[in-house]
Design a protein around this ligand. Structure first.
Ligand SMILES: [Fe+2]
Ligand SMILES: [Fe+2]
Length: 210
């Protein structure tokens, strides 16, 4: 069980290993994860807060250092991943957690960290919530992030029925993947297959639930 004390110690440790700017984002993702957890996974709030605190622990490593960690852990990077260095940190954080934060190294926390940048097909609830918390945390001012936060909050998910709330999460996630894919297209960058599969999976689910 993850206690408040464990979270407080983790927050301190994480603060000590990153820049002030990155920590501010991390602390905001923790708050957003707590808010989303209260709506969607009340029995997993501390797991979500831990995953939020851990999600970017390697974000400030150099590309070379990420590649070194991947090589040491036999992590194969496919051709597209190599050209998407912004996604490296999700892989490396996932392998650092068991080594440096073993008390938080549960399957659900590790997978939430592992998939927080690209998403993937058939995401777990914790993966979805960390992905979204990272996208819409209150410190984000990027236009797409603000738009997505508005989209999520303005519909007042706290007043919805459980069924409506789950559908709302799906709608917002699809919009986020659409924004990510559009931005990558505009910038002429490769699109992770995992992101395309994440989007398609949710769209199939939405169509099946009509
Ligand atoms: Fe990240
Ligand atoms: Fe992040």
């Amino acid at each position: 069980m993850i206690t408040q004390k464990m979270l407080d110690e983790l927050r301190n440790s994480v603060n000590n290993r990153m820049s002030a700017k990155r920590f501010k984002h991390t602390a905001e993702v923790e708050k957003m994860a707590e808010y989303l957890g209260a709506l969607y996974a009340p029995d997993k709030i501390n797991e979500l807060r831990a995953a939020a605190l851990l999600h970017d622990i390697t974000k400030e490593y150099s590309a070379d250092y990420h590649l070194k960690i991947c090589a040491e852990h036999d992590i194969e990077l496919d051709a597209d991943a190599i050209f998407a260095p912004k996604t490296f940190h999700a892989r490396t954080a996932a392998v650092i957690i068991p080594e440096e934060y073993a008390e938080f190294a549960t399957e659900e926390i590790i997978s939430a960290v592992r998939w927080h940048t690209t998403g993937r097909a058939d995401m777990t609830l914790l993966e979805k919530l960390i992905y979204l918390a990272d996208y819409i945390d209150m410190s984000r001012t990027f236009e797409d992030c603000v738009r997505l936060r508005e989209m999520f909050m303005s519909s007042e998910p706290e007043k919805m029925t459980d069924v409506e709330r789950v559908a709302h999460l799906r709608t917002v996630l699809i919009a986020s993947f659409d924004m990510t894919i559009s931005a990558l297209l505009m910038d002429g960058l490769p699109i992770s297959r995992d992101t395309v599969e994440a989007r398609n999976y949710l769209i199939r689910e939405a169509l099946a639930n009509r």
